[in-house]
Each structure stands twice: as C-alpha cells, then as structure tokens.
Design a protein around this ligand. Sequence first.
Ligand code: KIV
Ligand code: NA
Length: 276
Amino acid sequence: TAPVTTGDLAAMKRRGDPIVMVTAYDHVTARVAESAGVDAVLVGDSAAMTVLGYPSTREIGVDELLVLTRAVRRGLVRPLLVGDLPYASYEASDAQALGTARRFVDAGCAAVKMEGAGPIADRARALVRAGIPVMGHVGLTPQASAGPEGYRVRGATADEVLGIRRDVDALVDAGCFAIVFEAIPAAVAALLVPAIPVPVIGIGAGPATDGQVLVFHDLVGLSEGRAPRFVKRYAALGPLMVDAVARYAAETRAREFPAPEHTYRIPAAELEAARV
Ligand code: KIV
Ligand code: NA
C-alpha cells in the first residue's frame, strides 16, 4: 500500500470520491486512523485542547506539536500526513514560515496547514515555491478566534461569503493543494466548491465539500464539554474508559485483582530452597 499523495487527493476530487481526514496526536490515534483506512491525517493544533489541556489552540508551541507529530509518524503508513503550523510560528515572514514548515517536514509531514489568507497566502506561496505542499484553512480559523464569541459560523452574510471567495482565490493562486472549510453554511460551500480547482475538506461545511475532517477526540467521544454543531459522535469512549479504570480501582480495593492468572509462579522446591 503506497502512501497517499497530494496528487491522489486531487484525483479523488476529479472522480468525485469523498476524501476522509481525521486528526491524530499520538501513536495510538495514528494506528486507529491507519487501521480505519482514512486517506489523510492532520496533526492538528487542536491537540492544544484535546490532549494538552490548554484553553485554546493559541497555547501550543512548535516543540510540543513536533513531539506529537513524530509519534503520529511512527504509527502511520498509508494516509497523507499533514502538520498544522501553530499560532505565531509562521505568520510574521516567509522566512519564519519556511523555518517552521521545514521542521514539520523533517518530522515526517508530507504537507503543512496554515490558517487564513491575506498575508498567509504569501506565506503559502513561499512554502509551495520551496517544495512544501500547503493546505489552506478558511471560514472559522480558531487561532484568530480564541475567546468564546469567536467560535461561530462564518459566511452567513453575503459580505462574508465574498470574503471567503477572495481568500480561497488567493490560496489557490498561491498553490495550495487543498483547503479546509470550517464552520461555513452548507449552501455556501455548495455555491463555492464547484469553482474551486483543488480539494475542499469540510468541517462544519456540509456535504458539498470534496471531503470531511473531524477531530479524533470529538468523533470517538473523548472530548469534554459541549461539542460544536458539526461534531458527530460515533462512539462514547470517555465513559467506557472511566468505567474500566473504576472497575480496576474497585477490584484492587476488594483484593480481587490481581487473580492467579495475572501472577507469576515459582516451582515449590525453589521457593523452599530460598527460605533461610
Ligand atoms: O487543529 C485541527 O484539528 C484542525 C481541523 C479541525 C481542521 O485544524
Ligand atoms: Na488547527
């Protein structure tokens, strides 16, 4: 099974085959994504909240996300691996963006993702020229939306839709191989996607995108608190895990664990000889 390439994703768009992407943050979640047969994996800066316990994605640093990226790389064979560039690690200049992106490529990423357009489209162009594939991200961009009122739908007015269209045009012109649409009305995605030449991966953007991405912890039911409207929980692993650890605790306190089958043995004669 050859690794998925950015060209494979473009071919999937041409054929009308939906692209499946999920986040992963460590070896376990990478193995799950691999075994489930997804097409692409994002080491999202959502790791800040899902696994590191920070209040927003702005808190995670490059070094922290690189530790997680290498763990994912060790667990992944076939899916395309995309690294998410953390807040304040790429926006300032082309040189900064290149330096950070190269570290993610060295950690095993086939591509990197950056949030926003405007000057970020220039950063994207610089990376593409340097041979690093870039995934764009428009609509709700969490790094720019820290604070509760910021996490809301984008493109719910004609002005905002035109802004998204301009951003997409700039990112496509810069050479992005794909673009994430986050928290955009389904009808807006349906309006824009047919004119976009690269794969559009949606999260909260309805069924008209070329693929979907979800946060691993959201879809398996491991994230705490109220989930956004666009999350579908396919399992409730959180309560299962709490139940397992609680039963272990109860059996340990009742001296029911460990049972004989969990213990090692020594021949009786050896034990006798050891008595002094
Ligand atoms: O960090 C992340 O998980 C993301 C996806 C939701 C697109 O950026
Ligand atoms: Na992200």
